[in-house]
Design a protein around this ligand. Structure first.
Ligand code: BES
Ligand code: MN
Ligand code: MN
Length: 461
């Protein structure tokens, strides 16, 4: 019944998603504040249309949170669905083959049935919207076996600060048995997987100041510290020649993954040659002694996300700049804590600065990593659901990305999260030409009702 309803309405589901994707809900850029609100309004209207009750847009000091629920019975288990309707900035616009906010369907080698190209198509509007449509299908056919609570936020891409407050202040309203999120991916369209780990994050900005003003690089060059030169060598010193991060104490809390678990992880299909070819690199790079998959999931990393200073306009300007800047992110693994790593970095970075410059470190957002067990009812239901829709068991995979609100759900609400994502790495989230396969969108809508069905069955005994 539910699956028939989906089949009959799939065209409209896609049209509705396309409309949501035209709204440029970029949370990082306040000039889009009204668009973020519009996306919230679109969702609250849609939630009401599909039969969700008590729908409300909760304002915050940043972007709003959309909440709604459908309680069928106090005896039924409750699923808290979380998703985010904010998106990353679309820049650089010139690298998009179509307007990031005029969704277009095109075929690709990986998506022969077509994919929707738009900012947020995969991360996370497309994936979040699957939950609304799966709910619609279950509810319209009187097949909803669980209570459902929807919590959709507009600040995931900027750190979920207000959501954290909201969760702490609405513990009763949000009480549930499990959290269900689609904001991750699968290995490929024939190889389903369930994300069972996310890395934590510590993100900061550094400013290095040399002389009190920009100088003529001929008159002063060679005699005064150049902050860009200094910053570059400070950054270079943050890794040793084994690819390890060179900050004292950085690895102290890292939970070493057992050899058995590493062997298990290595069974997931991965082709290094394809990986290198896809990225047009002759060889991969990273910490000695670990595979590429391990380097990007169970090991921490440190990367410069942006670096600037001096003259970067056209032609040449001979200048010895006063300041240099960089944005640096560190991906963390269990048991590292974001705040501790940030302060380790800050102390170290100040310590290695020569006295010819001054250093300022400004922390941005952060969050903790998480590992999700594979032996509780939520996971078992997700596994059965994926097996039913894909025809094979999903592989548990730890991902390198971060969703800081997930460990928060555990800490504040005592709830485990199922990361039932359907995106592909090749969907290039956060990059130009982000897209989401139609196969993946519909597979998600098909799988979610199975999850509810199996979860309610497992919770009965
Ligand atoms: N959905 C992503 C995270 C993700 C993607 C995890 C794919 C696993 C697989 C999320 O929207 C995201 O981009 N998170 C940010 C962190 C946030 C604090 C800005 C990230 O990982 O950079
Ligand atoms: Mn996301
Ligand atoms: Mn994202």
């Amino acid at each position: 019944m539910t699956q028939n309803y989906i089949e009959e309405n799939k065209k409209r589901f896609l049209e509705e998603l396309m409309e949501l994707l035209t709204i440029p809900s970029v949370s990082a850029d306040l000039s889009f504040k009204n668009d973020v609100l519009q996306a919230a309004q679109f969702l609250s209207k849609n939630l009401e249309q599909i039969g969700v009750e008590n729908v409300e847009i909760y304002p915050t000091s940043g972007h709003p949170i959309v909440y709604g629920e459908k309680i069928i019975s106090t005896d039924a288990p409750t699923v808290l669905v979380y998703g985010h309707y904010d998106v990353q900035p679309a820049d650089p616009y010139e690298l998009w083959d179509s307007d990031p906010f005029k969704p277009e369907i095109r075929k690709t080698d990986i998506h022969p049935d077509g994919a929707i190209f738009a900012r947020g198509a995969c991360d996370d509007k497309g994936q979040m919207f699957m939950h609304l449509k799966a709910f619609e299908a279950m509810n319209s056919t009187n097949n909803l076996p669980c209570n459902v609570k929807f919590m959709l936020e507009g600040e995931e891409e900027v750190g979920s600060e207000n959501l954290e407050k909201f969760v702490r202040e609405h513990k009763d309203m949000l009480s549930a048995d499990v959290v269900l999120v689609s904001d991750t991916g699968i290995i490929n369209n024939h190889t389903p997987s369930i994300c069972v780990g996310l890395r934590g994050l510590s993100y900061l900005e550094v400013e290095v100041t040399g002389p009190n003003r920009d100088l003529h690089s001929g008159l002063y060059g060679g005699g005064v510290a150049n902050p860009i030169n200094i910053l570059s060598s400070m950054i270079a010193s943050l890794h040793d020649d084994q690819g390890k991060i060179n900050i004292p104490g950085f690895y102290d809390e890292v939970l070493q993954v057992s050899d058995d678990e590493r062997k298990e992880m290595a069974k997931a299909p991965f082709n290094l040659e394809n990986y290198q070819q896809d990225l047009a690199v002759d060889t991969v790079h990273g910490e000695f002694g670990y595979s590429t998959n391990e380097r990007t999931s169970i090991r921490p990393s440190l990367d410069v996300n942006g670096i600037w200073g001096g003259y970067i306009g056209e032609g040449a300007k001979t200048v010895l700049p006063s300041k240099a800047y960089a944005k640096i992110s560190m991906r963390l693994v269990p048991n590292q804590t974001s705040a501790d790593i940030t302060s380790l970095f800050e102390n170290h970075f100040k310590k290695i600065a020569p006295s010819s410059v001054k250093v300022k470190v400004t922390p941005h957002h952060g969050g903790e990593g998480v590992v999700i067990p594979t032996d509780f009812k939520g996971y078992l239901a997700a596994k059965k659901a994926m097996n039913k829709s894909f025809g094979v068991d999903p592989i548990p995979v730890r991902s390198g990305g971060s969703i800081p609100i997930v460990p928060m759900f555990e800490e504040v609400l005592g709830l485990k999260t199922i990361l039932l994502g359907f995106g592909l790495d090749s969907d290039v989230i956060h990059s130009p030409n982000e897209h989401f396969g139609l196969f993946n969108f519909y597979k998600g809508i098909e799988t979610i009702p199975y999850f509810y069905e199996f979860y309610s069955e497992l919770m009965k005994n």
